[in-house]
Design a protein around this ligand. Structure first.
Ligand code: BMA
Length: 329
């Protein structure tokens, strides 16, 4: 438990809130049925039969990414990986996908009885946000680019607010790399843009650049968000994960934001890889106990790893280590 009394009397005694699974890394390029460079940053969901689906970002040996589904009964091992790419970029129909598609976040939308996949489409204009709907992760209805570049790290909320769909995303603006939320009547036309949470400044672990990790976790106390913060150092960027809680019906109201990161690169497979010192969650599932979370993250932009956490413990930690508000020091 952390005793973060104030910035002067800060004492960190945080127990590990996210526990690495002993089977880590749970998926690597060696597991793939076809030749690839790396597999990382997977969206995750539970299917109707209780099994886990990961929609993995796969980078081929040209450097371009596509998405490939892997299914497992227990969400840890025994992965059944599609024998060929599940969703390839379509640069003819969708020029914004010229340099690949990356980092999917999956939201099951009860009203539509479909999964919404928000992913990064990458092309000459930079990264943008694209959306596709699917019932089965075999066929997809593409909505094309819904947030123009430079924008990424997006997920749809599973419910409407005041009749409107809501999308969390991370545009690069003159204000910086902050997390925003936007609204739409039809999933195609987006407006009413609001900042949800700003990157901190200066020496903070989440200074200058933050982005949504997994889709927010719906809890009775609000939307629990894992987000990544990027610290630029002399030896490169450090990607770590923090926690914040938002009002369910007014998601641009930040109820609590944690002070320290709760998860950062420590294991060899997180320090190494194609990009050093990256932990990058894009998906979670929740166990039948309603408390245990499986958090799937890309490690070192090279493999997929699993960490487990208690939802109750994350909220308790935020109670002790969080403060309200979007603006920080
Ligand atoms: C971010 C995204 C992620 C990647 C991370 C670390 O900007 O592009 O896909 O995992 O950088 O390289």
């Amino acid at each position: 438990m952390t005793l973060a009394i104030d910035s002067v009397h800060y004492i960190d005694t945080t127990d590990s809130l996210l526990r690495r699974h002993p089977a880590n890394p749970i998926l690597t390029s060696k597991d793939w049925p076809y030749r690839i460079n790396s597999v990382f940053n997977a969206g995750a969901t539970l299917l109707a039969d209780g099994s886990t689906l990961l929609l993995c970002r796969v980078e081929d040996r040209r450097g371009l990414s596509h998405l490939c589904a892997a299914r497992s009964v227990n969400g840890v091992d025994g992965w059944n990986i599609d024998p060929s790419p599940t969703l390839m970029p379509d640069p003819i129909g969708y020029p914004e996908e010229l340099w690949g598609i990356e980092d999917p976040r999956i939201t099951y939308v009860p009203e539509l009885e479909q999964y919404a996949v928000a992913y990064t489409s990458y092309s000459k204009g930079g990264p943008g946000v694209s959306l596709a709907l699917t019932k089965d992760f075999r066929t997809f209805e593409r909505y094309g680019v819904i947030m123009s570049p430079d924008d990424k790290d997006a997920a749809l909320l599973s419910y409407r607010i005041g009749g409107l769909w809501a999308l969390i995303h991370r545009p690069m603006t003159a204000l910086g790399a902050h997390i925003w939320i936007s609204y739409s009547p039809d999933l195609r036309h987006w407006g009413s843009h609001r900042v949800m949470m700003e990157a901190r400044k200066g020496a903070w672990w989440d200074a200058n650049k933050i982005g949504l990790s997994c889709p927010p976790i719906e809890t009775p106390r609000g939307l629990l968000m894992l987000y990544h913060g990027v610290k630029q150092t002399a030896s490169g960027c450090l990607y770590r994960v923090g926690l914040a809680l938002f009002d369910t019906q007014k998601p641009d109201t930040c109820l609590l934001r944690g002070d320290s990161w709760i998860f950062g690169p420590e294991a060899d497979y997180e320090h190494g890889g194609d990009v050093h010192d990256v932990v990058f969650p894009c998906g979670y599932t929740i166990h039948p106990d309603g408390d245990t979370l499986n958090i799937y993250y890309g490690a070192g932009d090279s493999c997929i790893a699993l960490a487990q956490a208690s939802l109750r413990s994350l909220l308790t930690w935020l109670d002790h280590n969080g403060a309200p508000g979007v603006l920080t020091s």
